[in-house]
Design a binder for this molecule. Structure first.
Ligand code: G6P
Length: 369
């Protein structure tokens, strides 16, 4: 097993470091050579069908569900189709309003999660076409879906999902651009910008991996705390949820993710001296608002680490520490922002002596309800 870890102490750390390659592999062959758009021959939805879609449901469990939360924002922005995201175990029992103008997207690393498979079957029974995003070739979900978009993350061994998540995000961008191109809702210029930036994600992920020393110090703080909070707005909120889940799953430190503006309507009372807060701020348009939320927690003496998009320098004035991610198209930020959060969870779990790759009570693939 040591050899399979390729010199890393744990599979999780190995898989975090495989992301630059996994991102490139998932994009490989799917971007037009001239940079003008995407090509997804595996999605054989007729153009008329794509034009007639009036609603999309995304359904999944765990980390894949969090990828769906990003997918919703991305598809709504680029393809202008309303998207609902449901946890698969909820979706399958709630009589979702599906007709033939509804598209259902299921996301599953393993392709075997019982609830997600049941949700897929329910969607088909109700007459929807189903597109699956999965990492395992010929898995049950791949076989039963109408269309399959594989993520090429390679085998993921650690229970906590890392490279599967970032490649699922890439799949969301590809699908959104594909739908947006056929519906005429995304301009050729913006498509080009996003395609150009997609190609650079792998190298930028690499830069973050070589540059994350500060996270280890913050992890030492987190390892001694009862609770950690993650805040962000928009896409940053979706990533905050994933960062919080990662930390809980493997370090057993309780964590909560909040939409930054909602904290004051919820658990701001729990923020007191020394409580770690991870504040995500990658979106210029929301920057001022998130900064004021950081000030709210600083006023209660929280210890704040910000993960910010390069260029948003002002955040250094309010946060105790800032990790800057390389500049990219704002919509792509989640792929990069999550990496420091994965490392935070990893180093916190190591500091607490946890079994990183096999956390208690969790399974890699849950094939029973
Ligand atoms: C389990 C794993 C999670 C995973 C979820 C969904 O709970 O521990 O890491 O996100 O299942 O798995 P899937 O294979 O469907 O993506």
């Amino acid at each position: 097993a040591q050899a399979e870890k390729n010199g890393f102490d744990h599979f999780m750390l190995k898989e975090i470091h495989e992301q630059p390659r996994a991102l490139k592999d998932t994009l490989s062959g799917r971007l037009a050579a001239d940079g003008s758009g995407v090509q997804l021959p595996e999605i054989t939805l007729a153009p008329e069908k794509i034009k007639s879609i009036r609603k999309i449901f995304i359904t999944a469990c765990g980390t894949a569900y969090h990828a769906g939360l990003v997918g919703k924002q991305v598809i709504e922005k680029l393809a202008r189709i309303p998207v609902e995201v449901d946890i698969a175990s909820e979706f399958r029992y709630r009589q979702p309003l599906i007709d033939q103008d509804t598209l259902v997207l299921v996301i599953s690393q393993s392709g075997e999660t019982a609830d997600t498979l049941a949700a897929l079957r329910e969607a088909k029974r109700l007459g929807a076409e189903v597109v699956a995003v999965t990492n395992v070739v010929d898995s049950s979900i791949a076989r039963e879906a109408d269309h399959v978009l594989y993520t090429w993350a390679g085998p993921e061994i650690a229970v906590a999902s890392t490279k599967a998540y970032t490649t699922q995000l890439v799949a969301m961008y590809l699908i959104a651009l594909h739908l947006g191109a056929l519906r005429g809702t995304v301009s050729p210029a913006e498509t080009r910008q996003i395609v150009t930036e997609l190609k650079k994600l792998g190298d930028k992920a690499h830069v973050i991996l070589n540059n994350c020393k500060a996270i280890k110090d913050f992890a030492a703080d987190c390892s001694r705390c009862e609770d950690v909070f993650f805040i962000g707005r928009g896409l940053d909120h979706a990533v905050a949820l994933e960062g919080s889940l990662k930390l809980k799953e493997i370090s057993y430190v309780h964590a909560e993710a909040y939409a930054a503006g909602e904290l004051k309507h919820g658990t701001l009372a729990l923020i007191e001296e020394g409580v770690p807060v991870v504040a995500l701020t990658t979106q210029q348009s929301l920057f001022e608002k998130t900064v004021s939320n950081i000030k709210e927690v600083k006023a209660r003496e929280a210890k704040v680490v910000a993960v910010a998009m390069d260029g948003l320098k002002e955040v250094s004035k309010v946060a105790d520490h800032v990790i800057f991610i390389p500049n990219t198209h704002p919509i792509l930020a989640p792929v990069l922002t999550v990496i420091p959060l994965q490392l935070l969870a990893y180093h916190t779990a190591v500091a607490r002596g946890c079994d990183v790759d096999r956390p208690r009570n969790l399974a890699k693939s849950v094939t029973v309800e």
